[in-house]
Design a protein around this ligand. Structure first.
Ligand code: BTN
Length: 326
C-alpha cells in the first residue's frame, strides 16, 4: 500500500489530502495511513503534514530508490534492471560480482552512499550519503578491446549533455573523462573490464557525480579541486533543487543513444562532441610514452580516441588515457 499512497500523493502534487480521504480510498485505518506516511518520511520523502488539511508531497524530495529511478527512466535497455543500496562498499565492485554471475546487459547499480568508493589510478572516491550519484552500469558490448576507449569518452559526453539538459550547466571534459566546471572536478568515470583472450566479457561503467555537497563536505585537499552541481548553481545565484533520479535518467538516456553508436563502430559524433566540450585540447599535458615522460601540447584526438600530443622535443605522439596527466 505504501507505493499506492505515494503514487496518489505524487499525482496530486498541489493539494493536501486528508488522512481520512486516504483511509477511505485505501480501505485502511487512519493510523495505518499515518504509519505509511512516517515510513515514507523515513525514506526521505518530504511530506508536509497539517492537522487540519492533511498531507502533501513536496516536489523538492530527492529520494533515490529503484522505484523513483524507474519512474523517470526513458531508456530501452540501460537501467531496466535496477539494484539500489542505501549503502555499499562500491557500486563498481558489486557490479563486477553480479556481472560474473551473468546479470543482464544494462543492469544499473545505484547507492546513496559508498563506504569504499574507488577512483581511477587506485584513488579513493568520496561518496558521502545522499550527496551525489554513485552508480555503475554492466555493459556487454561486442566490440574489440581497442574500442573500449571510445566508451569512456562516450560516457563523459553523455554526462556533459545530461547536465546541460537538466540544469543548463555548461561543463567541460578534461582528458580522458573527468567532468569539470570552472576548473574543478564535478564527476569522475571509472571503466573496468573483464576479458577473455580475444573478446570482452563485460565492462563496468562507474559514474560518480557530486551533486549536493557544500564546500565543507570536501576535505582540505579536495576543496580546491572538486565542486558539486549545487555549489556551482549557488555561485551563479540559482537556487535549484536537483533531483538525482532526474539526472540519472538523463545520463542513461544520453548514454544509451551514444552507446548504440559505439556498438556500430560509428565514432564520428562522439569524437566531435568530445572535442566540442574538451578543456584539454590546446593545453599542456604530461605523458608517459614507452616508459619515458614527455611534456607537450594536446593537439587533437584520433578517430579511435587517442590523444595526439606535440611534445617539447618536436615529436608527435598518440597516447591512451592511462598515459596522460594534465
Ligand atoms: C575518477 O575520476 O577517479 C573516477 C571516479 C569514479 C567514481 C564512481 S562512483 C560509482 C562507481 N563506484 C566506484 O567505486 N567508483 C565509481
Amino acid at each position: 500500500m505504501k507505493r499506492e499512497v505515494l503514487l496518489y500523493l505524487k499525482n496530486n502534487p498541489h493539494e493536501y489530502v486528508s488522512g481520512e480521504q486516504l483511509s477511505t480510498l485505501f480501505g485502511v485505518s487512519r493510523t495505518a495511513i499515518w504509519k505509511v506516511i512516517n515510513e515514507l518520511k523515513r525514506e526521505g520523502y518530504i511530506i508536509e503534514s497539517s492537522s487540519k488539511k492533511g498531507y502533501r508531497l513536496s516536489p523538492d524530495s530527492d529520494v533515490l530508490n529503484s522505484f523513483e529511478i524507474s519512474e523517470e527512466l526513458k531508456t530501452k535497455v540501460l537501467g531496466r534492471n535496477i539494484i539500489y543500496f542505501d549503502q555499499i562498499d562500491s557500486t563498481n565492485n558489486y557490479a563486477k560480482r553480479i556481472a560474473l554471475e551473468g546479470c543482464e546487459e544494462g543492469t544499473l547499480i545505484v547507492a546513496d552512499c559508498q563506504t569504499s568508493g574507488r577512483g581511477r589510478l587506485g584513488r579513493d572516491w568520496n561518496s558521502a550519503n545522499k550527496k551525489g550519484i554513485w552508480m555503475s552500469l554492466v555493459l556487454r558490448p561486442d566490440i574489440p578491446f581497442e574500442e573500449v576507449q571510445m566508451l569512456t569518452l562516450a560516457a563523459s559526453v553523455a554526462v556533459v549533455q545530461a547536465l546541460y539538459e537538466v540544469a543548463e550547466i555548461k561543463a567541460g571534459i578534461k582528458w580522458p573523462n573527468d567532468i569539470i566546471i570552472n576548473g574543478k572536478k564535478v564527476c569522475g568515470i571509472l571503466v573496468e573490464m573483464n576479458m577473455e583472450i580475444e573478446s570482452i566479457n563485460f565492462l563496468v561503467l562507474g559514474i560518480g557525480v557530486n551533486v549536493n555537497q557544500q564546500k565543507e563536505d570536501f576535505s582540505e585537499e579536495l576543496s580546491d579541486k572538486a565542486t558539486s552541481l549545487k555549489m556551482h548553481l549557488e555561485e551563479l545565484g540559482i537556487q535549484k533543487i536537483l533531483k538525482r533520479t532526474q539526472l540519472i535518467a538523463a545520463i542513461l538516456l544520453k548514454f544509451e543513444a551514444i552507446y548504440d553508436k559505439v556498438k556500430c563502430g560509428d565514432f564520428g559524433y562522439i569524437i566531435s562532441e568530445w572535442k566540442k566540450h574538451s578543456v584539454t585540447l590546446g593545453r599542456e599535458v604530461s605523458i608517459i610514452y614507452k616508459d619515458r615522460q614527455y611534456r607537450g601540447i594536446a593537439q587533437d584526438i584520433t578517430k579511435d580516441g587517442k590523444l595526439i600530443v606535440k611534445c617539447e622535443d618536436g615529436t608527435v605522439k598518440e597516447v591512451f588515457s592511462g598515459e596522460v596527466s594534465v
